[in-house]
Design a protein around this ligand. Structure first.
Ligand SMILES: Nc1ncnc2c1ncn2[C@@H]1O[C@H](COP(=O)(O)OP(=O)(O)OP(=O)(O)O)[C@@H](O)[C@H]1O
Ligand SMILES: O=P(O)(O)OC[C@H]1O[C@](O)(CO)[C@@H](O)[C@@H]1O
Ligand SMILES: [Mg+2]
Length: 323
């Protein structure tokens, strides 16, 4: 294999740069050329390609965001869009491709694999919602950002004896909500995958005050409801001042943690090894502290019931630890 390409896609995540660096460094070390594709699948269809050398990734390991930029592309979901992308890859003589992104990006990666490109997927998303890996690149940084923010909110909540509803990211994924909620000792955690009746959430807030607690914290993943909606319901039921904080995109930014840098570097490097050995069509990750690989074709919830099952098991276990 003489020439491969690397791209980032979907919402950015801290550690994507470290993954790109992992790919470029390993490829150069074994004499393979790397092309960077800018702007995700949108850039692929437009031919936004540039050769990358170690010099280009000298100073990116510690940076948040993605130097290759990222995008969400509706056009790439169409057959015509995918054909344009294939034409561009072929014109550039790309023999292998590393796609760094989330579950949506993996669907695009699978389409390219099925069309004859050798693809390896790396889990780059703060959502931690990829089947076959315990952690995604960027999740550790994001959940720590959220937890630190909730710690700060707790200080003011406690001073004013208030309840705070903190809305965190996760349209379909509850990992950030549940793990930052557990780590910050929240009274109630609302996630999209497992329904919690509002009465239960309200009862938990009331119970905290009855116990003599000075504040209470409710974490809600954006996919369940807005923080404002949840706050209104609590304020109607409990005689307490309620405030809302929406953490938003600060959860996607910032320098990647050591964990995310190492995960990204190892996976980037391994992706190149696999392509060089003629293996493709896999999504890489880490499970039980070992490198894991799953077929890209098995990572979608729509095709593999284990995806949702495994996710619910993990979240149910975590929920059992809540107060
Ligand atoms: N069914 C599909 N077929 C082809 N391409 C797809 C498909 N679904 C998504 N994609 C492509 O992948 C891109 C990224 O997907 P999406 O917006 O779901 O983000 P993601 O990769 O899941 O990351 P995150 O959830 O962290 O933002 C989409 O904009 C689209 O171009
Ligand atoms: O920045 P955008 O495109 O609004 O995306 C927001 C979504 O992206 C994610 O952060 C994942 O990257 C989700 O948790 C969130 O719902
Ligand atoms: Mg996703």
């Amino acid at each position: 294999m003489k020439r491969i390409a690397v791209m980032t896609s979907g919402g950015d995540s801290p550690g994507m740069n470290a993954a790109v660096r992992g790919v470029v460094v390993r490829a150069e070390n074994i004499g393979v050329e790397t092309i960077g594709i800018y702007n995700g699948y949108e850039g692929m269809m437009e031919g936004r390609f540039k050769k990358l050398t170690m010099k280009d990734v000298d100073d990116v390991m510690h940076r948040g965001g993605t130097v290759l930029h990222s995008a969400r592309s509706e056009r790439f979901k169409t057959k015509e869009g995918q054909q344009d992308a294939l034409d561009q890859l072929k014109a550039q003589g790309i023999e292998g491709l590393v796609v760094i992104g989330g579950d949506g990006s993996y669907k695009g990666a699978l389409a390219l694999q099925e069309a004859g490109i050798s693809v390896i997927g790396l889990p780059g998303t703060i959502d931690n919602d990829i089947y076959g890996t315990d952690f995604t690149i960027g999740y550790d940084t994001a959940v720590n950002t959220a937890m630190e923010a909730v710690d700060k909110i707790r200080d003011t909540a406690s001073s004013h004896l208030r309840t705070y509803v903190v809305e965190v990211m996760g349209r379909d994924a509850g990992d950030i909500a549940i793990e930052c909620g557990l780590a910050a000792g929240a009274e109630s955690i609302l996630i999209p995958e497992i329904e919690t009746p509002m009465e239960e959430c309200i009862e938990r807030v009331e119970r905290a005050y009855r116990r003599g607690k000075k504040h209470s914290i409710v974490i809600v993943a954006e996919g369940v409801a807005s923080g404002g909606e949840v706050a209104d319901q609590i304020a109607q039921a409990v005689d307490v001042e309620v405030r809302v904080t929406v953490l938003g995109h600060i959860q996607r930014g910032g320098n990647p943690s050591c964990f995310d840098r190492l995960l990204a570097t190892k996976l980037g490097s391994e992706a190149v090894n696999m392509l060089a050995e003629g293996e493709s069509g896999y999504a890489l990750g880490r499970q039980n502290n070992r490198l894991s690989k799953r077929k890209l074709s098995e990572t979608g919830e729509d095709v593999n019931p284990r995806v949702l099952e495994e996710k619910k098991e993990k979240l149910t276990l975590a929920k059992q630890c809540a107060i």
